[in-house]
Design a protein around this ligand. Structure first.
Ligand code: NAD
Length: 503
């Protein structure tokens, strides 16, 4: 049945100038139910002309939205927050079906996204400038933060609604207009979240949605009216976006892939550490940039860690997430990605790692067409092996045994990526040393997934981030605004005479 965002053939519409309209695209992608493989919608690959019209509409809406008082803009976001809370279950089911997260995982990600909106509701306080009186005789100075204009978000498949929410609530609260290009693999849940934003009272044209692949992205990267681009996705594309966007004079913040290290010291509380490790590696089927795909037991604890990890991971239940079920881990995003993950497991075996749990053997008879790979654990992985080095983005945990924490810290510093690093220990001294020297921008001490909540920025390092100002929180506000300084002097009379007021 057609809806505001889907036509009668279940083809996604685009949002341009405040109206959901059918795209004129001639190329389309398929959106599937990851649990069954069934095609549930088509997504148009927008042409450059369509993208241009959406950007133009956003540009035109900027004049009024940027003049709307900050508190009024925030009020729309307060309404939006209420709408999101009320629609949590509906959104979570949409996401679980197209993406493959369990219902609990989808709901948690909607909650996290809603917290970004809550942060943005308070943005008027952050937008306050600075001032000083009498910096020179009779001279006062102040700064204000001004919105940029049309800002763009290009987002990955793995958090369909939450990653866009890292971006547009802050950009809009700052007075910008926004064009979102969500992942073509998961457009359904995010379109519904944008409908809820319209229902919250957002004026027409302030938010647009276009769909597509490289052609659509390139049109955004090079459009003269686009001022800033926020990107989250894989490292090669992040680098491309950064280089192309900056070459066209845009501000760019581009977050890329990851390969995070989780260390377990001999003094760690093992039960807790193993549960956290399993949650970190296999939550969302390993499709998280803050997942822990590398477990690094330090010293003599290694045999025990591998034994327990294999045991706990082996108890996870892989199954469909598009219905009520007892599955604790869902399918991967596409058949193609499943083949990639299986290929990585084959490479791990070929390169000499020891498989202690093989997810290829998992069977889901109730949904045979789904993209399932069960939890997989490799022991005796080395940092040189493909599975020890490259991002797999699936439920594959590699154990790299290290002799000392020093050796482990060096591995984090030498890694291509720099998103997260985690240490499980009871030693304050080890924790302090690790926190200071690990080569990653987000550190967990006895916390398996140190993904920052809305009030902190997402501070990836190395090839996990390209740009200067990170996504989310205060740095997000700085990214979406430009500063203006005003210097003011009020003269006394030319001869120094007192004015009418006596001063
Ligand atoms: P992806 O790079 O394939 O796609 C991301 C976006 O870029 C999509 O909207 C896609 O349409 C577009 N795109 C893809 N190829 C393009 C090209 N050649 N030119 C222009 N645009 C292109 O990423 P994905 O597979 O959707 O998501 C998974 C990746 O995202 C993983 O590498 C993961 O680590 C990363 N990720 C990073 C973070 C972070 O904060 N660092 C968070 C979430 C996901």
């Amino acid at each position: 049945m057609p809806t505001a965002t889907l036509d009668e053939r279940n083809t996604c519409k685009i949002l341009s100038g405040g109206k959901w309209i059918e795209s004129q695209a001639t190329r389309f992608g398929e959106v599937t139910n990851s649990s069954t493989g069934e095609v549930i919608a088509r997504v148009p690959f927008c042409t450059a002309d369509e993208v241009g019209r959406a950007v133009q509409a956003a540009h035109e809406a900027f004049a009024e939205w940027s003049e709307t008082p900050a508190v009024k803009r925030a009020r729309v976001l307060f309404n939006y927050r209420e709408n999101l809370q009320a629609a949590q279950d509906e959104l979570a089911w949409l996401m679980s079906r197209e993406h493959g997260k369990t219902f609990a995982e989808s709901k948690a990600s909607i909650q996290r996204g809603t917290e970004m909106v809550e942060f943005a509701c308070g943005l008027p306080s952050l937008l306050m400038g600075e001032s000083i009186e009498n910096l020179a005789p009779h001279v006062d100075c102040e700064t204000q933060r001004h919105p940029l204009g049309v800002c763009v978000g290009i987002t990955p498949f793995n958090f369909p609604a939450m990653v866009p929410m890292w971006m547009y609530p802050i950009a809009l609260a700052c007075g910008n207009t926004f064009v979102l290009k969500p992942s073509e693999k998961v457009p359904l849940c995010v379109m519904r979240t944008i409908e809820l934003l319209q229902d919250a009272g957002l004026p027409d044209g302030v938010m647009s949605v276009v769909h597509g692949d490289k052609e659509c992205v390139d049109a955004l990267l090079t459009h003269p009216l686009v001022r800033a681009i926020s990107f989250v996705g894989s490292t090669p594309v992040a680098e491309y976006i950064y280089k192309t966007g900056t070459a066209h004079g845009k501000r760019v913040q581009a977050a890329g892939g990851a390969k995070n290290h989780i260390f377990i010291m001999p003094d760690a509380i093992l039960d807790r550490s193993i549960d956290a490790l399993v949650g970190s590696a296999f939550g969302c089927a390993g499709e998280r940039c803050m997942a822990g795909p590398l477990a690094l037991p330090v010293g003599e604890v290694a045999d025990e860690v591998v034994r327990r990890l294999t045991d706990v991971a082996g108890k996870l239940k892989t199954g469909p997430t598009d219905r009520e079920s007892d599955a604790t881990m869902g399918p991967l995003i596409t058949q193609e990605h499943k083949e990639h993950v299986v290929g990585c497991i084959e490479k791990g075996e070929a390169e000499g790692a020891k498989l202690t749990l093989d997810g290829r053997k998992v069977s889901v008879p109730e949904a045979p067409g789904g993209y399932y790979v069960g939890p997989t654990v490799f022991d005796h992985v080395t940092p040189e092996m493909t599975i020890g080095r490259e991002e797999i983005f699936g439920p594959v945990l590699s154990v790299i045994r290290v002799k000392t924490l020093e050796e482990g810290i060096r591995l984090t510093q030498e890694s291509e990526y720099g998103n997260g690093a985690v240490l499980y220990t009871q030693s304050g001294r080890a924790a302090r040393e690790f926190k200071r020297r690990a080569g990653a921008g987000m550190i967990g001490i006895n916390v398996g997934v140190p993904a920052p909540m809305a009030w902190f920025s997402f501070t990836g390092w190395s090839r996990s981030f390209f740009g200067d100002l990170h996504i989310q929180a205060k740095e997000g506000m700085l990214f979406y605004t430009q500063q203006k300084m005003t210097m003011t002097r009020w003269f006394k009379g030319a001869d120094g005479a007192l004015g009418t007021w006596g001063f």
